[in-house]
Design a protein around this ligand. Structure first.
Ligand SMILES: Nc1ncnc2c1ncn2[C@@H]1O[C@H](COP(=O)(O)OP(=O)(O)O)[C@@H](O)[C@H]1O
Ligand SMILES: [Mg+2]
Length: 387
């Protein structure tokens, strides 16, 4: 990357302008970095706070290539990007972090799992299938037994392409297409570690957090920081996260999702080379936020201190069931009457059931108290649509 005197001289390109892009811009603006955003939706979360907004498709070669030509350094907040355009930009000298080479692995859950297996990273046993018929054949021959988890190899997010198959009756729900089928882990807790690495090779991670999932939608329900786990488990998880960030040669953030089973075995579920939903609390609850840490890593600056300032519970503001259309936020004023409550509204114009519309971080001296407040807040603040 070109040497810069002032952070303000840097033109940072961000591919996609969802909530992660928006929060990255908020962190970058503290240092006066000039952000550029490419997103196909002119009303995306970032467009309202980014002067250099370009409407274009991250999947389209020309759009990505032309966008890359306007910036000094490029990063991304989604994984589904036209990699040919990224490779061409890279060959022409544009620094892109994380390196586009890893996207091929990340974009495909099958390749991710194979990568874990090839590198002796613990992960739930799995098989790859091309279609539903082959899965049914393996069930008939008892090669595959219930319960198992089926995931689309590509394009899934927020649990929208994951199903749990526990019995015969669920077989009609099977996806037909390229999928990963995994042994269902008897989960005690889901954990996440966000690690960062810069070009000088400095690696640091945030303390482990606990993710609680909504089983109706397979989506993050709330997050607890710090995770209530034995320190030996945290040490082991960090060691795995650090091996992964090195093996994948990520310069930037790597979020590593873990499943911890009832016997305290850790399994890597999936990874994402970017800021992650499991790090949103760091904005208020840690000495450095995950967004600032990503900037530090991609600009080859020293990593910031990741220590916890306060225990926290974070939950996503999800679109209420049975409501779809232009979003309205009920209970905003009442929620703000509570102490140490930090509301983030992403600015998505339209809501639909379970859409991530924002998040709230609650700080408290104890997790118990923060949890009680979060339960109260969930009832108070609701995302509905105009009637
Ligand atoms: N092998 C597994 N065993 C048990 N539960 C799983 C397994 N894999 C995934 N899950 C559950 O499904 C959720 C979503 O799966 P994941 O692969 O993380 O998809 P997404 O990309 O939608 O986050 C996980 O957070 C976990 O609750
Ligand atoms: Mg996941």
């Amino acid at each position: 990357m070109k040497k810069f005197k002032n952070p303000g001289d840097i033109r940072l390109g961000i591919i996609a302008g969802g909530q992660l892009g928006k929060m990255l811009i908020q962190a970058a603006s503290k240092w006066d970095i000039t952000c550029y955003v490419l997103d196909k939706d002119a009303n995306c979360c970032s467009s309202s706070i980014c002067k250099n907004f370009y409407c274009g498709d991250p999947d389209n070669f020309e759009d990505v290539y032309n966008f890359g030509k306007k910036v000094d350094i490029l990063t991304y907040e989604i994984e589904h990007i036209n990699t040919d355009a990224l490779k061409k930009l890279k060959n022409e000298g544009l620094p892109i972090y994380p390196d586009p080479g890893i996207l091929a692995i990340i974009q495909d859950k099958g390749q991710q799992k194979a990568f874990f297996k090839d590198h002796n990273i613990p992960t739930a046993n799995f098989r790859l299938y091309c279609n539903k018929e082959d899965i049914l054949k393996d069930i008939a021959s008892k090669e595959l037994i219930f319960p198992f988890i089926q995931k689309l190899r590509r394009g899934g997010y927020d649990g929208r392409a994951v199903i749990s198959v526990d019995k015969e009756e669920k077989l009609s729900d099977l996806f037909d297409g390229p999928t990963v089928v995994e042994k269902k882990i008897d989960i005690k807790k889901e954990l996440s570690i966000i690690a960062s690495r810069n070009s000088s090779g400095q690696i640091l991670s945030f303390p482990a957090v606990e993710m609680v999932f909504n089983s109706n939608a397979n989506i993050l329900d709330s997050l607890i920081s710090p995770a209530d786990i034995q320190s030996k488990i945290e040490i082991k998880a960090k060691k795995i996260a650090h091996s992964l960030i090195e093996l994948l040669d990520v310069e930037g953030l790597l979020a590593v999702e873990f499943l911890l089973d009832k016997n305290d075995n850790l399994f890597v579920n999936e990874v994402a080379p970017r800021p992650h939903n499991s790090g949103h609390h760091t904005i208020e609850a840690n000495l450095t936020s995950q967004f600032e840490q990503h900037l530090r890593a991609i600009l080859n600056l020293p990593p910031g201190n990741t220590k916890i300032k306060s225990p926290a519970v974070m939950f996503n503001l999800l679109g209420e069931e049975n409501f779809a259309g232009p979003a309205v936020y009920e209970g905003f004023r009442e929620a703000l009457e509570l102490d140490r409550v930090y509301i983030h509204i992403y600015g998505k114009k339209e809501t639909f059931p379970y859409r991530k519309m924002g998040h709230i971080t609650v700080l408290s001296d104890t997790i118990e108290d923060a949890t009680q407040k979060a339960i109260k807040l969930k009832k108070l603040i609701r995302v509905k649509s105009k009637q």
